[in-house]
Design a protein around this ligand. Structure first.
Ligand SMILES: NC(=O)c1ccc[n+]([C@@H]2O[C@H](COP(=O)([O-])OP(=O)(O)OC[C@H]3O[C@@H](n4cnc5c(N)ncnc54)[C@H](OP(=O)(O)O)[C@@H]3O)[C@@H](O)[C@H]2O)c1
Length: 260
């Protein structure tokens, strides 16, 4: 296959692209020949990520520090894309946050911040993406947590259920359109977010996957327009089990793991 010149390359926009799964997805997009547009809050981390990706590949890497839990970030992003004349062909809403504690121990600022980022920003960014993109692939990142209730991180699990159901429904509404819509549902990944769980995060060690492995699998499926993407056979089996077991049982099993 002929290699695309720097000008001809399409763009991939990835939120939370400075580390973890977002960085791994950015690296995979770069390997597949995309220029990168990365968003996160911390400018220095974005600069470092961009530096690494520029050394590894020959595409352009643009960064934009934005806090997506703030409403003014969406018009700012829209303006930046317009000014740079960038129309992404891959758009991945990956940035998300989690709190691993009982609901009553979660501070109201943590609660509203999580809902603003995991629910409201996903909604606003999806709308923005569909108003800008002409063709390609839009992806929202949920989790295998999206399929079940999660005592010990109830808001996080519920927010990911929103992402899963919203995105699946949208994908059906937009069948046969030039922008495909997918929801990516990874299981536990070896990232900063998992570290927040401390020793509890290591309980299902057999399920923990590297973000690179998840990203490589995800990109293959994203470019084929697959609706629901679950990296890893074990994760697929676990999700299938959640479809047949009573949710009350599952909640008790998760409580044992998250709250012990
Ligand atoms: N790790 C897991 O086990 C796991 C499993 C399933 C699904 N997921 C999902 O995968 C996605 C990525 O998770 P991860 O594990 O890679 O997390 P991570 O290592 O904590 O990285 C999160 C990324 O999002 C950015 N970010 C956080 N808050 C933001 C905000 N308000 N505005 C803009 N950017 C923000 C962070 O940069 P700044 O802090 O600089 O903003 C960072 O780049 C999340 O949606 C998560 O729910 C993770």
């Amino acid at each position: 296959m002929q290699k695309l010149s720097a000008v001809e390359k399409p763009w991939a926009l990835i939120t939370g692209g400075s580390r973890g799964l977002g960085f791994a997805l950015a690296r995979e997009c770069a390997r597949k020949g995309y220029h990168l547009f990365l968003i996160a809050r911390t400018e220095e981390a974005l600069r470092q990520a961009a530096g690494t990706l520029r050394v590894e590949g020959d595409g352009r890497v643009e960064i934009l520090p934005l806090d997506l839990s703030q409403e003014d970030s969406f018009p700012r992003l829209s303006k930046a894309l317009e000014e740079k004349q960038i129309i992404p062909e891959i758009w991945i809403n990956n940035a998300g946050e989690a709190y691993f504690k009982r609901f009553t121990q979660t501070a109201t600022e943590e609660e509203s911040g999580l809902i603003r980022l995991n629910v409201l920003a996903i909604t606003a960014m999806t709308r923005l993406a569909l108003s800008i993109m002409k063709q390609g692939h839009l992806v929202n990142v949920a989790s295998t947590a999206a399929f079940i209730p999660g005592p010990g991180a109830s808001l996080y699990y519920a927010s990911k259920s929103f992402v899963l159901n919203f995105t699946m429904a949208l994908s059906v509404e937009r069948k046969n359109k030039p922008v495909t819509v997918s929801v990516l549902c990874p299981g536990p990944l070896d990232t900063e977010m998992l570290k927040m769980r401390g020793d509890k995060g290591k309980r299902a060690a057999f399920l923990i996957m590297s973000p690179q492995k998840a990203a490589r699998y995800a990109l293959k499926k994203i470019t084929k327009g697959k609706r629901v993407i679950i990296p890893g056979l074990l994760n697929k089996i676990m999700v299938s089990c959640t479809r047949v077991l009573p949710l009350g049982w599952i909640a008790k099993i998760i409580a044992r793991s998250n709250l012990r």
